[in-house]
Ligand binder design. Structure first.
Ligand code: SF4
Length: 289
């Protein structure tokens, strides 16, 4: 397999074959993110991508059940790349069940309804979208490049095309707007109605705009209690139809899991127990990005 620079994928794609069809992120402005700052965005040459699929098939073609298309917002790929990639993958991996990628709301907006439906028919089943917050003030501060309304519209159109959504929120990103951040994120999860919802905890990575803001005293990660209160509001107020919820990412202090809405009360009770000091939190040394 041929890869350029660091690769990232969601935890649930740990067993997927990763095809790097784009290099970097076409946006690359989010203040907290350093994942692709060392890469200048470009589409990877299509023939190279197809060769990679052939190489992967020669090594493990009958074992590949999942394909994750990287890098940061790979939905940006034009249809004349997506079509041959998904068609070739289906031909080469007989057990392929699904393909997925990271996406921004603006990537969805740039595709027509017909194109989204075609991608779904070709096997692109799941989009990982990280609005991080539903609070428009926070979204602007973190340079997310999309709004509450933009995320809702993207989610509605992707779901109408038959795609599943995995939505990611970021605890601790909003400073004094912590309450608005939590409440509006809960409302956004309700409106986006994803099949998967995960919360991560912000980590200030050296070299990012967020790190510079912290140096200047204009950003600080809230205390653990504040992070847990945000999580409690998000879980307690979000009303997705049927959603798998997780905080098992290594950045979190309290790993949780369950289905919403049926496990809501149990999860909220667990967060309350943690707030009361009755449940041990993940120690600082065991946390990671
Ligand atoms: S869209 Fe995603 S990958 Fe791109 S800068 Fe923002 S967080 Fe990073």
């Amino acid at each position: 397999m041929r890869y350029e620079g660091r690769l990232y994928r969601p935890p649930s794609e740990h067993d997927a074959y990763i095809l790097q069809a784009t290099i970097g992120c076409s946006w690359n402005h989010c203040t907290y993110c350093d994942m692709y700052r060392d890469k200048r965005f470009r589409l990877r040459d299509l023939d190279e991508c197809l060769e990679d699929l052939e190489l992967a098939a020669a090594q493990a073609g009958d074992r590949v059940e999942k394909l994750f298309v990287a890098d940061g917002d790979a939905l940006v790929l034009p249809m004349d790349h997506w079509r041959p990639i998904l068609e070739r993958a289906r031909a080469l991996f007989p057990r392929l069940r699904r393909a997925s990628c990271y996406a921004m709301a603006r990537n969805v907006a740039a595709k027509s309804d017909e194109e989204l439906a075609e991608l779904r028919a070709l096997g692109l089943t799941t989009l990982y979208i990280g609005p991080e917050s539903g609070d428009d003030v926070t979204l602007k501060r973190i340079a997310k490049g999309d709004t509450f309304a933009g995320h809702v519209e993207a989610a509605e159109r992707a779901r109408a095309a038959g795609m599943k959504l995995s939505v990611i929120a970021l605890l601790g990103i909003a400073m004094e707007r912590s309450e608005e951040h939590a409440r509006e994120t809960a409302r956004l999860v309700t409106e986006m109605d994803p099949a998967f919802f995960a919360a991560l905890t912000v980590t200030v990575v050296p070299g990012t705009p967020l790190a510079k803001l912290r140096q200047k005293g204009r950003f600080e990660v809230p205390p653990i209690e504040g992070l847990l209160r945000e999580l409690r509001t998000m879980v307690g107020e979000a009303r997705p139809t049927d959603c798998l919820f997780r905080t098992n990412h290594a950045s979190n202090y309290l790993p949780l899991g369950g289905r919403l809405p049926e496990d809501r009360e149990r999860i909220v009770a667990t967060i309350d127990a943690a707030l009361n000091g009755e449940i041990p939190l993940r120690p600082e040394w065991a946390r990671g990005l």
